[in-house]
Design a binder for this molecule. Structure first.
Ligand SMILES: [Zn+2]
Length: 383
């Protein structure tokens, strides 16, 4: 699926992976639409635990790979190598990687650019002038890192179990395309993945081993987000090519989120960067809204010039951390534009803060999933 992948590459976002002092959930997926990624194979067909290929790092320059007992196909005895393209040839500390990618492993994991160690098998490949570090790792191991990164360590295990099932479904719905260079990114374009894990995340992944969300016999691309601000969204209200699940629902349990409601004042100059055809914003109009109230299409007015664009695209252009969601009202005044909004993230699927609130009220992870992913069921995809 080269096309969608390139589209994703073009849609650089997002909020930092770091949860920060508020202990908010770290990084729900906030991708651009990805036709063809909505469903994978019938999950019962996995004969054993599958692996996932995770893009760990993209680099325009040389990439350092290290690890105790590092195994390389070329040179024995090195604990650290530098991968780079020399005169058009991919090399590992001077040795040519003849089979294509440079492949590495180490008993206690491989560090990439000083970050790690990551478990699994690392491939470094050259693509369009960049080096891509792609880790192939058993999915249950991967999920321990995802749940640790996505959910604060102190949150209840039932929240982490719901997150594990959603993240497993999301990852497997993106896996298995043989021509893709990787299955998922390790940042907020897909799911944040870090090698460090905490005990609660490990327990949640273990207790839900192999469990995925399924609808009509196919894996569900289980989007999730930090905070919906009171109302979640249907997938194809946010991305026209996404699935037609009717997941939009009221969420009354996310009010403890630090970004449940917010107001942000942006300079006119920043807002005008959203579209190349304007240099100043005299007015910003919300043309259409989803049923839940999120902006779908907006128009920016600069004198005689008016440009319209999808609200999610506008949010990405301005910065998804600056503008927490498309669930906003707007006022323009001179050199500034003030957005008054609700929630953090795209609003589709599970609201992590809402899940936290539901569990605080005594619901279990199955009830949380049923609330946010209406019409799906939980099945075990492999032993
Ligand atoms: Zn919510």
């Amino acid at each position: 699926m080269t096309g969608p992948r390139l589209f994703w590459l073009a849609c650089a976002l997002l909020w930092p992976a770091c949860a920060g002092p508020t202990m908010s959930p770290a990084a729900p997926p906030d991708p651009a639409p990805t036709p063809g990624h909505r469903a994978g194979p019938v999950p019962q067909f996995f004969e054993a635990e599958p692996s996932i290929r995770v893009l760990i790092r993209e680099s325009e320059g040389p990439l350092a790979v290290s690890g105790v007992g590092l195994v390389t196909p070329q040179t024995a005895g090195l604990s650290s190598v530098t991968v780079e393209v020399v005169e058009g040839v991919l090399t590992s500390t001077g040795d040519v990687c003849r089979a294509g990618p440079c492949v590495f492993s180490a008993p206690a994991g491989v560090a990439i650019g000083g970050v790690g160690p990551f478990p699994g098998r690392l491939e470094v490949l050259a693509e369009d002038g960049e080096l891509l570090a792609v880790l192939e790792v058993p999915i249950e191991t991967y999920l321990r890192g995802v749940v640790s990164a996505e959910i604060p360590s102190g949150w209840p295990v039932e929240v982490k179990m719901a997150q594990a099932i959603a993240a497993r479904s999301y990852a497997l719905a993106h896996a298995g395309e043989p021509e893709a260079l990787f299955d998922v990114r390790s940042d907020t374009l897909d799911q944040v993945y870090r090698p460090a894990v905490n005990a609660g995340a490990v327990a949640a992944v273990t207790q839900t081993r192999g469990q995925v969300l399924v609808a009509d016999g196919a894996l569900v691309e289980a989007f999730y987000h930090s905070t919906c601000g009171g109302q979640t969204e249907n997938p194809n209200d946010v991305w026209p090519d996404a699935s037609t699940f009717e997941w939009a629902t009221t969420c009354t349990t996310d009010t403890e989120s630090p970004r449940h409601t917010w107001e942000v004042r942006l300079s006119n100059r920043v807002v005008a960067t959203a579209h190349a055809d304007i240099s100043h914003v005299d007015a910003l109009r919300l043309d259409t809204r989803s049923e839940s109230g999120r902006a779908l299409e907006i128009t920016l007015v600069d004198g005689e010039t008016s440009v319209s664009m999808p609200a999610p695209e506008f949010r990405r252009a301005v910065g998804t951390r600056r503008l927490g969601s498309t669930f906003f009202e707007v006022r323009t005044h001179g050199d500034a534009v003030t957005f008054t909004g609700r929630g953090f993230g795209h609003g589709v699927g599970m609201c992590q803060w809402g899940a936290h609130g539901l569990v605080a009220e005594g619901r279990d992870h199955r009830a949380v999933l049923a609330h946010y992913y209406r019409g799906t069921t939980v099945l075990r995809a492999y032993e």
